[in-house]
Design a protein around this ligand. Structure first.
Ligand code: MSP
Length: 524
């Protein structure tokens, strides 16, 4: 039977500077959900890429003494290298300067023109240069950009418009039939309150004030305004509008667009309308995640509070970095990064709870059973029962959380089980059983510990894939014996031998030294 497909996307990022942990989080989250779906047997396909057009990119390129094309080429290489370093399993990387994208977007615009969805007019509004976005008077906050807080300029220009009003009724109906299209619900409520309820404004989709963009069909002094160009990446990457649209047929509609909360309005209003106007199916869901914030607000170079993923990865490892970002961010609220918290979590969750559990288990199996995991079990105690009950409940809760993209909660479910397994060691006190030479009881305990770790390896695979595999490697368990369909059963084969010397998964950090290290890196 064919596997069920799952198409998941990140936003395409502006290559206007080096990516920080906020951008890395968004990609990491998407990758984690893809890994979870793969673990669950889906044919999962992940798209990421770059949003390379627009005035801001043109300006940054000039500052760097490069043409826009040279600049974005370099940034595309840099970001691919970062995602590779982060072991991100993307299947395609779309750039809005790709020929495949440009051609398909032009066809889309032609179709809109033919259908009378687009008209020429004059646009006047408050323009935020860094966000490349116009705002109406009422949207401004204290006269400044509502998204980034910077100065805005009154600007007027001849422009093409997309007739959004025409689709307003349809959009409202769509939401009343699909109230869970956007999660969390609070984000949907915001866009209703601010944009849909007051009445949709037509969207300006072209500019004459700069030329780094896709030329408007039959009117080349206009280039496309970035959002129509950007949003369509999710279908052009699959070959929509090209001779080979097999991927489009296979994967569209997207199952999940992961986006940051500040761009949900574009995805929740314009994107459904564009798709509807094209006669295409809508994505199944939009997840608007929140932001990583710092003690002194948003990450910004000028404040000197930017954390780059490479700094954390190079010093603490890839899995520790991924773990921290995914665990930190709650489903619906901004979460604060602090160097202290990073080091504390590393020590408590990774080095102590998980690392020690594996290390102690391997040490005891070596000491009491010559390295062989016992499988001939004769005993069954109330502690076993309780641990097994916890495993069952954890798996149920984990599925519920991961299926609804509550990734941080999924991690917390797992860590409760890790804590429960650690408690099981204290309860059963294997060192006492060894002294009493109670071999049957001791076998039972070791088997339960090894089975717990096998389960932990399976459930941790989407978050910390390297560590997940290291756990079963040290236990001597084959990967094929630690797949999702074995998560609920006992599946350790007779004669399985653990490594003779367990290597610590994570070595405890010195809190003072490491918080200082991270803090210093933020100033560079
Ligand atoms: N180019 C547009 C997206 C077009 S998608 C069709 C864009 N790019 S961006 O580079 O500015 O931002 C991309 C993503 O990074 C957003 O989803 C944004 O929320 C995310 N993040 C940027 N800073 C962030 C944090 N500090 N924390 C979490 N995510 C953050 O918008």
């Amino acid at each position: 039977m064919d596997k069920k497909k799952f198409y998941i996307t990140t936003p395409i990022y502006y290559p206007s500077g080096k990516f920080h942990i906020g951008t890395a989080y968004c990609t990491c989250l998407t990758d984690c959900i893809k890994r979870y779906k793969t673990l669950r047997g889906y044919d999962a396909y992940m798209l990421t890429g770059l949003d390379e057009h627009g005035q801001k990119i043109q300006t940054v390129a000039e500052k760097n003494g490069l043409t826009p094309q040279e600049y974005v080429d370099k940034m595309a290489e840099d970001s691919k290298a970062l995602w590779k370093r982060m072991d991100i399993g993307f299947d395609d990387f779309i750039r809005t300067t790709d020929e495949r994208h440009i051609k398909s977007v032009q066809k889309i615009v032609e179709k809109f023109l033919e259908q009378g969805d687009i008209y020429k007019g004059e646009y006047e509004g408050w323009y935020c240069m860094p966000c490349e976005n116009y705002f109406t008077e009422t949207q401004l906050v204290d006269g400044k950009c509502p998204d980034c807080g910077r100065e805005v300029k009154k600007m007027k220009e001849e422009s093409y418009f997309f007739n959004m009003k025409k689709y307003e009724g349809w959009l409202k109906e769509f939401y009343s039939e699909n109230p869970e299209f956007i999660v969390p619900e609070s984000r949907k409520n915001e866009i209703f309150k601010n944009f849909i309820d007051p009445g949709l404004e037509d969207l300006c989709i072209s500019r004459c004030t700069f030329d780094w963009g896709i030329k408007f069909p039959n009117d080349p002094k206009h280039v496309l305004y970035v959002w129509l160009d950007a949003l369509t990446n999710y279908i052009t990457a699959l070959g929509y509008g090209s001779d080979d649209d097999s991927l489009f047929k296979k994967y569209w509609p997207a199952d999940l667009h992961v986006v940051g909360k500040e761009i949900i309005r574009f995805h929740g209003i314009y994107w459904p309308i564009f798709l509807h106007a094209l006669g295409l199916e809508l994505p199944k869901k939009l997840y608007a995640h929140s932001w990583i914030v710092m003690k002194d607000g948003k990450m910004s170079k000028s404040v000197g509070n930017v954390v780059y993923p490479e700094v954390l990865i190079n010093r603490y490892g890839l899995d520790a970095t991924k773990y921290y970002l995914l665990r930190l961010m709650s489903f619906a609220q901004d979460s604060m990064f602090t160097p202290e918290d990073f080091v504390e979590r590393f020590n408590a969750d990774l080095a102590n709870d998980l690392g020690n559990l594996l290390n102690r288990t391997i040490g005891m199996i070596n000491k009491y059973f010559d390295g062989e995991i016992p499988t001939d079990i004769k005993e069954h105690t109330e502690f076993d029962e309780d641990l097994e009950k916890c495993a069952k409940e954890t798996i149920e809760k984990y599925i519920e959380d991961m299926d609804s993209y509550h990734v941080s909660n999924g991690i917390q479910d797992l860590w409760k089980y890790i804590a429960r397994t650690n408690k099981y060691i204290d309860e059963t006190a294997p060192w006492v059983l060894a002294k009493e030479e109670n071999k049957d009881k001791l076998k039972n305990v070791m088997n339960h510990l090894a089975e717990s770790l096998r389960r932990i390896s399976i459930m941790s695979r989407p978050f910390i894939p390297g560590t997940s595999l290291e756990i079963i490697k040290q236990l001597g368990i084959d990967e094929k014996d630690a797949t999702w369909d074995t998560v609920e059963i006992n599946n350790i084969k007779p004669c399985t031998k653990v490594v003779s010397q367990g290597k610590p998964l994570f070595v405890r950090l010195d809190k003072e030294v490491e918080t200082e290290y991270i803090r210093e890196s933020m100033k560079k």
